[in-house]
Design a protein around this ligand. Structure first.
Ligand SMILES: Cc1ncc(COP(=O)(O)O)c(C=O)c1O
Length: 361
């Protein structure tokens, strides 16, 4: 039958499957499958969202000036070099659309965030996956994979689903040695969990081929609103604004996002809560024989003896209402990614995994 055909390669894109949120027949669900903030959104953002309800008949501003000014103030960066997206996912898509395409190679690391690959494929680009070293991004492997066709390099730091972070010295080496016409994207989706770190903003200041991505979906508890932002050289931001729809962010998203960014107490308190709970969870699981790498994010990657063991643990946890994430699609079938909940939730996870190990022994 004759029917419209998509562009070559589009049907090769795997459908992204989000974290599980329900289990049939189980009531008391602890959802730890999408790296969401266990405390929910800040009250300041909820109030701004409610206030925005009275002006829903108005189109949002297209320059996102309120949110961009708040980000510039809080991070001490240049407002003219910020772009906002419908989640940082949308900015990944703009980058692939504008800086890759047929014949262009896009480098990502073997356990890197899936959306790099999916959007690069949607743009018709060639994906180049380079190995990580024991679940850490390896700058030498990236440098070795660069060819005259390389257009974009994506590095999540900290990584998802690994949680590991490479040093600014390593990032500097990557930037210094990569050709200046290759755009290097430093994805700092989890940078807010690292006190005093700029997520890569200083590299943007000093190089014309570096972009930083950030999101309000994690630390700021606004995954449902879809707000992300990027910081890059003016010439890159100008390009991305040309592929951005003028009203890509809704007025309520802009209002709530701005309020959340300005709510510094929320960020400070949640960072302390997360990082304390994360250490406790990792230590308790290690004591049970379930290892994880040092995580700098709001999740840990728990490693089991093999894929069968990891999947059996996931099945057991699901049956008791604890939803974590299988990461076979990231080349880590023997691991489960567990979002760090509050301390009550952490105790429930440890008890669940302990019970699984006892019954599996
Ligand atoms: C490394 C990384 N980058 C980007 C994103 C996209 O975040 P969002 O589109 O919600 O802003 C995520 C979400 O999980 C992520 O883990």
């Amino acid at each position: 039958m004759t029917q419209p055909k998509p562009q070559p390669g589009i049907l090769d894109i795997e459908l992204y499957i989000g974290g599980k949120s329900t289990v049939h027949g189980v009531q008391d669900i602890l959802k730890l499958s999408s790296n969401e903030n266990p405390n929910g959104p800040p009250m300041s953002a909820q109030q701004a969202l409610a206030a925005a309800a009275t002006t829903l008949h108005r189109y949002p501003g297209s320059d996102h000036s309120g949110l961009r000014n708040a980000l510039a103030d809080v991070h001490g960066i240049d407002v003219n070099k910020i772009i906002c997206g419908c989640g940082s996912d949308e900015l990944i898509s703009f980058l692939c659309q504008a800086y890759s395409g047929p014949g262009v190679e896009v480098i990502h690391t073997s356990h890197g965030f899936l959306m790099y690959k999916l959007y690069a494929m949607a743009a018709g680009a060639t994906i180049v996956s380079v190995p990580e070293a024991d679940r850490y991004v390896n700058v030498d492997s990236i440098l070795a994979a660069i060819t005259p066709c390389t257009g974009l390099i994506f590095v999540a730091n900290p990584g998802n689903p690994t949680g590991t972070k490479i040093s600014d010295t390593d990032i500097a080496r990557l930037i210094e040695r990569a050709p200046k016409d290759v755009l290097i994207v430093l994805d700092g989706a989890y940078a807010d969990y690292i006190e005093g770190w700029d997520g890569g903003a200083s590299f943007v200041e000093s190089h014309s081929n570096v972009v930083m991505l950030r999101t309000l979906s994690k630390m700021y508890g606004l995954g449902g609103l879809r707000v992300g932002w990027g910081y890059g050289p003016k010439h890159v931001i100008d390009v991305l604004n040309r592929v951005r729809g003028p009203f890509n962010l809704s007025a309520p998203s802009l209002a709530a996002g701005e309020a959340a960014v300005l709510d510094r107490d929320f960020v400070i308190n949640h960072r302390i809560q997360n990082n304390t709970a994360r250490s406790w969870l990792a230590d308790e699981l290690a004591a049970l024989g379930v290892a994880s790498d040092p995580s700098e994010a709001n999740f840990i990657l728990a490693r089991f003896s093999d894929q069968t063991h990891a999947e059996a643990c996931d099945d057991y946890l699901q049956a008791v209402g604890i939803l974590v994430r299988r990461v076979g699609g990231y080349g880590l079938p023997q691991a489960l990614r567990i979002t760090v909940p509050d301390m009550v939730g952490c105790a429930r996870v440890v008890a669940g995994i302990k019970a699984f190990l006892e019954q599996a022994a």
